[in-house]
Design a protein around this ligand. Structure first.
Ligand code: LRH
Ligand code: MN
Length: 396
């Protein structure tokens, strides 16, 4: 029994890959300010270095998601630098995230802005991101739109839908073969009356009308409290329209806390939906598993390692579900036995199995302990202190 379980968990861990967000290594905060960490990454080189640490200790994170305005401020001109760092640290450039929410021009939106010149500016930035992705051999261009309004009557919601359809179509048609456009939705923040792409249905319709290379990205923090996220995942799997995830956890809103810190069963249920679908279809779903978190209080690299270890354990648990037995019990509506078949896997303590998998891969059995003993955190705090302590902490 345990060997069969171990084999299932190991096979799953062998194929699990988790993409890290470059911005998760930098000093970030909330609108009430940010607490500066002396060791936080201050540039793209330090972000690659930190990501390489997580990869070295976990063996599961070969790629780093890049946010263009923050990581390639000169756009295509910074591709050479990124390629050099990628080789130096053995970490590939991952999804390319446009920034169409920070510039002053985007006050009333980007692709949804009533002003055609600003829509043009936003589309051109995303087209640059498509070219950057092509140059870096990254597959995914992953825009999130903060677009929306704060007060009823201040914007024409239907007209803005038309603007998004137009803009996303032009962007889709500029994609290179094999590239994907991942449309991320979010119900609110920074817009607090309407957000143009507020839920999975809106993202689905916009992706569908853009073209076959456009898919939906599910950020687990972008849902109303009572929403059943794994049901949304089931729908997107059913329609083959899910491109990727931004994993994090939350108690209230888009809190961007570390994965599994508040509701680990939620992540397990999502992984289960995917693995049950893969078992039924006999194929691995083509999904990008990415992390999108901002570590306001925890040490940045430790929080990232903790996130990956938790994801490994929850994914290994989902691999323990006896899909054949569950399918039979579901057909028979044997409710308690079906539920226990799923819950039973969640309650399995896979940590010893995962630890053995790490050791078999030549990785440390306890990655967090090994990272702490490496002295890397202390070293970077020393090297980066001056640069970080100059940073502003206040919101206003
Ligand atoms: C928006 C979001 C988006 C990123 C940003 C850092 O809340 O989830 O994915 O661009 O966080
Ligand atoms: Mn996100």
């Amino acid at each position: 029994m345990r060997d069969a379980l171990a084999e299932a968990a190991w096979k799953a861990l062998d194929k699990l890959q988790i993409e890290l967000p470059s911005w998760g290594f930098a000093n970030t905060g909330t609108r009430f300010g940010k607490f500066i960490q002396p060791g936080a990454a201050t540039n793209i080189a330090e972000k690659f270095s930190d990501a390489a640490q997580v990869q070295a200790f976990t063996g599961t994170c070969p790629t780093l998601a890049l946010h263009v305005q923050w990581d390639l401020p000169r756009g295509l001109k910074d591709v050479g630098e990124v390629e050099k760092l990628s080789k130096q640290h053995g970490i590939r450039a991952g999804s390319i995230n446009p920034n169409i929410f920070q510039n002053q021009e985007y006050k009333y939106g980007s692709l949804g802005n009533p002003d055609p010149a600003i829509r043009r500016m936003a589309i051109d930035h995303i087209l640059d991101c498509v070219a950057i992705a092509d140059a870096l051999k990254s597959r995914d261009v992953s825009p999130w739109f903060a677009d929306g309004s704060n007060y009823p009557g201040t914007q024409n919601i239907r007209r803005r839908i038309g603007f998004f359809e137009e803009g996303l179509k032009e962007i889709h048609d500029a994609l290179r073969p094999g590239q994907r456009l991942l449309v991320e939705y979010k119900p609110f923040e920074p817009a607090f009356y309407h957000t143009d792409i507020a839920d999975w249905g809106m993202a689905y319709l916009l992706a569908k009308q853009s073209g076959p290379q456009a898919l939906v990205l599910v950020d687990t923090g972008h849902h109303y409290q009572a929403q059943n996220i794994e049901q949304i995942v089931a729908w997107l799997l059913h329609h083959d329209m899910i491109g990727g995830f931004h994993f994090n956890d939350r108690r209230y809103a888009d809190d961007d806390l570390t994965l599994g810190s508040i509701d680990p069963y939620q992540v397990f249920r999502i992984f289960h939906e995917i693995r049950m679908c893969e078992w039924e279809n006999g194929v691995t779903a083509d999904i990008a598993y990415m992390v999108d978190q901002s570590h306001n209080l925890k040490g940045k690299v430790e929080a990232m390692i903790q996130t990956v270890l938790t994801a490994q354990e929850l994914y290994a648990r989902a691999a323990l579900v006896d899909h054949g037995r569950l399918a039979m019990l579901q057909q028979e509506c044997a409710l308690v036995d079906a539920e226990e078949t799923l819950r039973g896997a969640f309650w399995e303590d896979v940590r010893p199995i995962v630890k053995q998998w790490r050791i078999a891969k030549g990785l440390p059995g306890d990655p967090m302990k090994a990272f702490r003993e490496s002295g890397y955190a202390e070293r970077i705090a020393g090297e980066r202190r001056e640069k970080n302590l100059g940073a502003t902490a206040s919101y206003a």
